[in-house]
Design a binder for this molecule. Structure first.
Ligand code: FE2
Length: 235
């Protein structure tokens, strides 16, 4: 996949380059959707719950990957400017502990006898709720404290460069998986900006694959029609 397009960033309301905005919206929405499904799941029904567990594992994989991208690219860049990221690093370590504990709870549900599956499912639901509560507070700090620190220490082009390094490190299937959670979570103008940049810069077959596999399945017919109109897509 070409990496010469913006995957996650869109200008924020101040006109500065916002490295966190789209991906954090994606993680918040996907996390809330999963929490709702965990709340209503029939954990006795293994056949039904197995799809939910698959989606949960996919979400946790993306969340873990996102945390390492921030460590390896954003925190390293801030440290090079002498800006401390100790608090964020500790929060990321707490996230990694939560990922391990959530996986243990998933395995416990998988191995549980039928009589115990509902209780294991409830434990998983509570642990996931606590995890996303922590993550929401953490992402809030990144967007209200770390984002302005980035703007103070880097030009928009330098922030874009950090993002391009992150994108270049992603295998295509992971880029697609991030797009699948981001596109339904951002507003129409943000979708048009993000995908408009991609339409301009990416090879047409890559852009079409993103539309077919990461964009259209996650949008309502009305939202997709509005986007197609903005991007002047040929039907
Ligand atoms: Fe983070």
């Amino acid at each position: 996949m070409s990496h010469e397009f913006s995957l996650t960033s869109i200008p924020d309301l101040n006109g500065r380059y916002d490295i966190y905005g789209a991906i954090h919206k994606g993680l918040r929405k996907a996390g809330c959707d999963l929490l709702g499904r965990l709340a209503t799941a029939d954990f006795h029904n293994a056949e039904e719950a197995v799809f939910l567990i698959g989606d949960l594992r996919n979400y946790l994989m993306l969340a873990a990957s996102h945390v390492s991208h921030e460590d390896d690219h954003i925190h390293v860049a801030l440290a090079a400017k002498g800006v401390s990221t100790v608090t964020l690093d500790e929060q990321h370590d707490d996230h990694r502990t939560a990922f391990r504990e959530l996986e243990e709870l998933i395995v416990a549900w998988e191995k549980a006898w039928p009589l115990h599956k509902a209780a294991c499912g409830r434990k998983l639901y509570l642990a996931f709720a606590a995890y996303i509560a922590d993550d929401f507070a953490h992402m809030h700090e990144e967007e209200t404290v770390t984002g302005p620190l980035l703007w103070r220490n880097f030009t928009d082009n330098e922030i874009l460069g950090i993002e391009m390094d992150i994108i270049a490190s992603l295998p295509p299937e992971k880029s697609m998986a991030f797009m699948r959670i981001m596109i339904p979570a951002i507003n129409p103008a943000e979708r048009a900006a993000l995908l408009g940049a991609m339409k301009k810069d990416a090879p047409p077959e890559i852009f079409q694959a993103v539309i077919d596999f990461a964009v259209r399945p996650g949008l309502s017919a009305i939202d997709f029609a509005q986007l197609a109109d903005a991007l002047k897509l040929v039907a």
